[in-house]
Design a protein. Structure first.
Length: 437
């Protein structure tokens, strides 16, 4: 796989091949490799080595490393990437890189795990720089070709999940109702994270469909892909993903006006309703983890904390721990062992800002948020001028909304999507214009 990534593409064809290649690897190859490698019927892998690899995101980071090596072969250098940054970003990045690892090395109760996550963040930043370099060689209008690979990946994941849930090992047959199916999604630590992946892909597809005009066959294929993504998101019961997707719809309207095809307003809703209805019928073994909202569950509706699945208690407990280490935090991933006041352990506090303050402290968190907010703001500005970037801005916005309710800025595959959207949206376009000519 690494060799396939690293093989350089001729400059003359890179503009056509790169988006399809990125979508195929990022949307299909890596999720399916994770599904095969991390297939389990429990909350954790039986192999401690595999579980450590899963938590640290080794598979996703390997894919990122391969892209970095490919970019280097194509002429990418860190020096050029650094000098291309605006001054404010260089200052913020310098402060972040010089401080965010300190608590993981010297405060964390498990420095090996914390430093593993820290190395992952460094890899994500390198990946973003390398991808921005490569994306600058592609005309923006061609970048949306990544959607084919992500749609194919969702279809393949649907098949993998169906097989995993129905063809049980002999030792588990007859025990279907005793399995916690919410932790049995191949390649994902929980069904909610799978739903978040579906929501992010749905946002990407929404942006592509929003800009699609008169080609009826292409539009129908997009609508079918969106139906699959929406149906699987609905099937997963992931309210954060539904919220994230709903939030990007007005963003699309504000940035690009009305959809180019009227069918998106008249026909697509019927597709999505069909997907949701099918999802309800396919709830596995009647398991409550796959319920989007249970209006008749008194436990769920008793308080804001119960409605949020205990998130308010978790956030307060994490912030209470963070105040004892305000400047540099308690180390990456420390929620797993440092938070005991909510009745169960969580690997991350289900809120990006709380996560940063707990793991890194105030000093690294401020430049990290400056980079994230500044990058997102500039991505929106760029997409206003180049509407072909709309799908990536919508995916970015959806992921950031979800990051306020789950671990989108903790787990490697979602950090990969966020930094990829920023890199593609902010990539310098000089080479792309040259290729267009």
């Amino acid at each position: 796989m690494t060799a396939a990534f690293a093989a350089p593409l001729p400059v003359a064809v890179r503009g056509d091949a790169l988006p399809r290649w990125l979508g195929l690897v990022g949307g299909f190859v890596l999720p399916m490799a994770a599904a095969m490698l991390y297939a389990t019927y429990d909350i954790a892998m039986r192999s401690p080595t595999l579980e450590q690899m899963r938590q640290l995101g080794h598979l996703w980071l390997l894919g990122e490393l391969a892209l970095i090596l490919h970019a280097v072969q194509c002429g990418f250098t860190m020096r050029a990437a650094w000098t291309a940054l605006p001054r404010w970003a260089r200052i913020a990045l310098t402060l972040f890189l010089s401080t965010f690892w300190i608590s993981s090395a010297f405060v964390s109760e498990h420095p090996d795990f914390s430093l593993g996550l820290t190395i992952g963040w460094a890899m994500q930043l390198l990946f973003a720089a390398a991808l921005a370099y490569l994306a600058g060689m592609v005309p923006p209008a061609r970048l949306a070709g990544v959607w084919h690979g992500f749609a194919l990946g969702l279809a393949a994941l649907a098949v993998a999940i169906a097989v995993h849930f129905t063809w049980l090992p002999a030792a588990l047959r007859g025990w279907e109702h005793d399995i916690n199916w919410g932790n049995a999604i191949p390649g994902f630590i929980s069904v909610r994270l799978f739903g978040a992946w579906c929501g992010a892909v749905l946002a990407l597809l929404t942006g592509v469909a929003w800009l699609s005009g008169g080609d009826a066959r292409r539009r129908r294929a997009l609508y079918l892909a969106m139906t699959l993504a929406f149906g699987m998101m609905f099937w997963s019961g992931t309210r954060a993903a539904l919220l994230g997707w709903l939030c990007v719809l007005p963003v699309a309207g504000a940035m690009a006006g009305r959809p180019r095809s009227r069918a998106m307003l008249t026909t697509l809703p019927l597709y999505l309703l069909a997907g949701a209805a099918l999802a309800i019928l396919l709830q596995p073994y009647g398991h409550p983890a796959f319920t989007l909202f249970d209006a008749f569950n008194p436990e769920m509706n008793r308080s804001a904390d119960s409605f949020s699945s205990g998130r308010l208690s978790l956030w307060l407990a994490a912030l209470d721990t963070a105040r004892h280490h305000p400047l540099l935090g308690t180390g990456a991933g420390s929620c797993w062992w440092a938070i005991h006041a909510v009745g169960q352990h969580h690997v991350q506090p289900h809120n990006a800002v709380v996560q940063f303050l707990l793991n890194w402290g105030i000093i690294p968190t401020l430049p990290a948020l400056a980079l994230l907010v500044g990058g997102t703001w500039n991505a929106h500005r760029r997409a206003r001028a180049e509407r072909a970037l709309l799908p990536f801005v919508l995916m970015l916005d959806c992921l950031l909304v979800m990051s306020l309710l789950d671990g989108m800025l903790h787990f490697a595959q979602f950090v990969m999507l966020i930094v990829a959207c920023l890199a593609i949206s902010l990539a310098p376009r000089g080479t792309a214009r040259a290729l267009d000519r």
